[in-house]
Design a protein around this ligand. Sequence first.
Ligand SMILES: Nc1ncnc2c1ncn2[C@@H]1O[C@H](COP(=O)(O)OP(=O)(O)OP(=O)(O)O)[C@@H](O)[C@H]1O
Ligand SMILES: [Mg+2]
Length: 240
Amino acid sequence: MTEAGVGIRIEGLSKRYGQGDTAVLALKEVNMQVAPGEVVGLIGPSGSGKSTLLKCLGAVTHPSAGRMLLGGQTIYHDGWKVRDLRALRRDKIGFVFQAPYLIPFLNVTDNVALPAMLAALPDAQARARALELLAALDVQHRAGAMPAQLSGGEQQRVAIARGLINRPPVILADEPTAPLDSTRALAVISILNSMARQYQTAIIVVTHDEKIIPTFRRIYHIRDGVTHEEAGEGREMNLR
Ligand SMILES: Nc1ncnc2c1ncn2[C@@H]1O[C@H](COP(=O)(O)OP(=O)(O)OP(=O)(O)O)[C@@H](O)[C@H]1O
Ligand SMILES: [Mg+2]
């Protein structure tokens, strides 16, 4: 298989914490592949390794062994790792968290534009790109508002726009719908699906949320550091 256009690919990824008697093998030769344009679920009980896997995928911690590619680029390979993980995080990975973590003293447009400005895009271009995403996410009418003036669902859509601004090939979403009611939660998933298609982003959603689990076409279950892939229901959402 060629590596061009690969969204996320990990092969034999293992992560050991600590040494000797107290060592914990948190990931055991995990394999996973998410294509550009695809949204997959990652589900597992407490302590199963979800956060460890997300931290490896997010280049926040590095695995003990195995290989990982993001957007066609090799990030880790058996102890070797990309030198500038900070630039990698900024350019290749969008993060969406349970809490939107918007910056309270910046308006909606600047919250979304900020990562692009930090990546050295001129301010006017960063703001234009932010407005385009806000429109795609149906919150352009709130572009000049401050975060505190938004509803929870609006804040989450703004956070998704911010995660997309640098057009990363990969988005990692950690419980993005946990605080939302059923309608809003499904709307967020619907948005992630259309963003994945539109921008050819590979998206992983870590979740316990029963409301959204039926929407995934593919699900990775993780248990004691081992993943199993399963077909999901892939139920269509007609909210937008
Ligand atoms: N920094 C660390 N040092 C040592 N062991 C760790 C560390 N972080 C996690 N572990 C262990 O690795 C295993 C996987 O933990 P991880 O945090 O990835 O689980 P999780 O699936 O995210 O759980 P939860 O749903 O509770 O957040 C657990 O046994 C945990 O105790
Ligand atoms: Mg966790």
